[in-house]
Design a protein around this ligand. Structure first.
Ligand SMILES: Nc1ncnc2c1ncn2[C@@H]1O[C@H](COP(=O)(O)OP(=O)(O)OP(=O)(O)O)[C@@H](O)[C@H]1O
Ligand SMILES: [Mg+2]
Length: 321
């Protein structure tokens, strides 16, 4: 590949300046989540029968894959007890009421149920914390029923095992795995703005890249790694089953009927992409073909100006050198 005009180093610099959440911000938001968790722990010490058992930072901030555009802090909250409501709206009211109890120095209006989560707002600095309920029966690996942020259904899964799963890939290719995840998420975000109805959930992006990582793809050259991702998506047509054997054997994965099949690495029965239609899968394939073509054109372009023009098709106008 020609690297005269935009090199791996240029993409890495762009990522630092425009894509990644800066480290001081990430530290600040993690500390904010930690303070909430410690408050709950303190309350639990005095009220051991309280039904909120634990709060855990989840999502991209926990995994080190957050974008600069991060706009809330994801925290999972484990709720035990058979008396917790199983209807989502009632469960969110129940969670909000108990959070108000555990955090008495927050005014009640700072704790608000949303459609599928409860928001805790901080006055002044910081981001809002988005608390997602998980119904929990004491499983030692913290499996529980997570309220899906896509449609409010209950999904059996384990957040700590997801974090461990991602940690393994991050260790296999330090810095680069997480960086390529962020770059592809940034591309997907740009596509969502450009193309009506485009969707590509971050967790799905991460699973596609995890599979490429497991198959030995080297992520250390960013233009090449991005190109491999787009080529894989285009070639697979988004209808190849993606699954992992870290936490179950392949025989545990049943047949699925949905057009896109990206199976939860910690629950063989949970298709993470079950809500995606064939049309949505086709839109992802189209966008990947275009991105692949743009990178090819960028790598072959004779001038720096043209090279930048093509990279902007992938990342938008914030791409600059
Ligand atoms: N369908 C699902 N099944 C099981 N767990 C899920 C599912 N969707 C999300 N999760 C859990 O929620 C976490 C957050 O997922 P999400 O797709 O919001 O990605 P994210 O890494 O937080 O990215 P973003 O920066 O876009 O918020 C995942 O890491 C996973 O633990
Ligand atoms: Mg998130």
């Amino acid at each position: 590949m020609t690297r005269e005009h935009v090199s791996h180093g240029d993409i890495a610099r762009f990522a630092q300046e425009r894509v990644n959440l800066p480290k001081d911000k990430a530290d600040e938001y993690r500390a904010q989540a930690r303070r909430l968790r410690e408050k709950l722990d303190g309350y639990l010490d005095e009220h051991p029968d309280f039904t909120l058992k634990k709060m855990l930072l989840s999502g991209s901030l926990a995994k080190g894959t957050a974008l600069r555009s991060l706009n809330d802090i994801d925290v999972a909250c484990y709720i035990s007890g058979s008396d917790a409501p199983h209807d989502v709206a009632a469960l969110l009211e129940y969670l909000a009421a108990r959070l108000r109890k555990a955090f008495p120095n927050f005014s009640p209006d700072q704790v608000q149920p949303q459609t599928y989560s409860v928001t805790v707002s901080f006055r002044g600095s910081g981001l809002d914390v988005d608390v997602v309920p998980i119904l929990y029966d004491g499983d030692p690996q913290w499996y529980g029923n997570l309220v899906s942020q896509d449609d409010g259904s209950f999904l059996k899964t384990s957040i700590p095992l997801h974090l461990e799963f991602t940690r393994k890939r991050k260790c296999a290719q330090e810095i680069h795995f997480a960086q390529v995840v962020r770059l592809i998420k940034f591309w997907a975000r740009h596509m969502k703005r450009e193309r009506h109805d485009f969707r590509f959930k971050s967790f799905m992006v991460e699973m596609v890249l995890s599979q490429l990582c497991d198959r030995g793809l080297d992520f250390s050259d960013y233009p090449e790694a991005l190109q491999h991702f787009f080529t894989y998506v285009a070639r697979s047509n988004m209808n190849e089953k993606i699954m992992f054997t870290d936490y179950y054997s392949p025989s545990a994965v049943g047949p699925f009927m949905e057009p896109v099949q990206i199976i939860d690495p910690v629950n063989a029965a949970n298709n993470v992409s079950r809500l995606y239609t064939s049309a949505q899968a086709d839109a992802i394939v189209d966008a990947a073909l275009d991105a692949g073509d743009a990178i090819d054109a960028a790598l072959a372009a004779p001038t720096k100006q043209e090279t930048v023009y093509y990279w902007r098709k992938v990342f938008g106008t914030s791409f600059q050198l």
